[in-house]
Structures are given as C-alpha cells and as structure tokens.
Ligand binder design. Structure first.
Ligand SMILES: [Zn+2]
Length: 239
C-alpha cells in the first residue's frame, strides 16, 4: 500500500505495523540521467519489496531532497543541511509511529545520505518515546558483487533506470556521458579524499560507464536489492 494513493480509512482498516520510507535526492546524474535518479531507484526498490511483503506494510512518500551539496556545481541540484535532513526524516518516522506504524526501514538511494540516515535510525530507536524502531538500508550496497561497481550515473544507476524508467535515460547522450566522466569517486592521497565537491574530479558529473549496464542488469539489481530489503524488513518487523 502506497500512502500517497491510499485513503485514511484504508490505512486504519489495514492497521499496518511497518513502513518503507524511500529517501532519494535531487542532484545531477550526468548529461544522460535525470536529477531524480536516486528517488526513482529508492522508490522502485521499496515498491518491489512491499509487493513481496504483502499485508501490513506501507510505502511512505519519498524524501526527494537530501544531503547533496557535493553536487552543487551542477545545475538543478538541490540540498538541505544534514541537520534539516535528519530532523525531517526523524519527524516523518515519528508521525508513522504515532499511527502504530513503528517498524521503519529507510530505503536510501544516495550515498551522501548514508551518515545522516544511520544517525537518524539510531536516534529514533534509542529515544524510545515513540516506540519506533528504524534501520537504514541502501540499495546499491545490497546487490552482491555489483556493489563494488557503484559509481555515479554510471553502470549500476543507468542500468536500474533503463529497467524502471527507460524513458528518462537520454540514450543519445551516453557517449558524451562516458567521455566526460571519470572512473573513480574522489581525489585520493593515502586513503584521504581531498575533494569535497564532485566537480573536482568529474567534468560532467559521471563516475563509471553508463553504457555498461543494460535493462536486464537493471532487473537483476532490482531483484537483488528488493530480496535483501524484504529480508531486512521481515527481521525489523519481528523485533
Ligand atoms: Zn545517484
């Protein structure tokens, strides 16, 4: 059940105990992929896991703006401070818990959100006042050996988009995306990343090869990620 499409009476009748809260970002993904890539992928994984889980689970509306200042050089990128983001996600989880939907998995699609989401999950669970228990799940860390291939607007994300939102990939710009990109995130010296912003190491925002991942790989990634999320969700509901 998606909260955006459900009525309040349907939610009351279903008495769900768990929620998946997709958390994305609105940020550059190269010249070929939409700014909303991280929201679209997080939502697709959440919806697929919710379909598998069946009754008792709702999918909350996605958080579309996250911690993404590192992409500020590229037009259309939006961000909020980590403080604002943490407060917003935490209060959203608390409002779910108010309705008894107190087992929550934050379904993340953006690397820049990782730290803040882990903190929110700990804080909300330790706090105890709402009875909520939350964990953070990031889809591209749950796709087996493919996780090592995660760039930015590269093989994995472009493959996922080709599967879940093919009309939004600018196929005619793939060559340009590949040529203007780079193959490694950051500017590293002895384990220290000297770059704070992505334009310091990628000219057009791409890291990896967007030509390398087709829709079939996207389908496999979606399956793997939603399998993993289904298992995490079941464990969270048992607590
Ligand atoms: Zn992304």
């Amino acid at each position: 059940m998606e909260l955006t499409e459900a009525t309040w009476t349907e939610v009351r009748a279903a008495a769900p105990d768990a929620a998946l809260l997709p958390v994305g970002s609105t940020e550059q993904h190269g010249p070929h992929a939409p700014l909303g890539t991280d929201s679209l992928t997080a939502q697709a994984v959440a919806n697929a896991a919710s379909d598998r889980a069946g009754d008792g689970v709702v999918v909350a509306p996605p958080v579309h703006v996250g911690v993404a200042e590192e992409h500020r050089a590229f037009d259309g990128t939006l961000w909020v401070s980590p403080d604002t983001f943490r407060a917003y996600v935490r209060e959203t989880v608390e409002s779910l818990a108010y309705h008894g939907i107190d087992r929550v998995v934050l379904v993340n699609g953006h690397g820049g959100n990782l730290e803040a989401l882990a903190e929110v999950a700990r804080r909300v669970s330790r706090d105890g006042s709402t009875g909520a228990y939350a964990v953070s799940f990031t889809w591209f860390r749950a796709v087996g050996e493919h996780s090592a291939e995660m760039g930015h607007g590269g093989k994995l994300e472009t493959a996922m988009l080709r599967h879940v939102a093919p009309g939004l990939v600018r196929e005619e710009r793939i060559d340009e995306a590949r040529e203007g990109g780079t193959d490694r995130w950051g500017k590293w010296v002895r384990g220290v990343n000297l770059a704070h912003d992505s334009d310091e190491f990628t000219g057009n925002g791409v890291v990896g090869d967007p030509g390398a991942g087709d829709a079939a790989l996207g389908g496999e990634l979606l399956d793997r990620a939603s399998d993993a999320l289904t298992e995490v969700l079941a464990a969270v509901r048992e607590r």
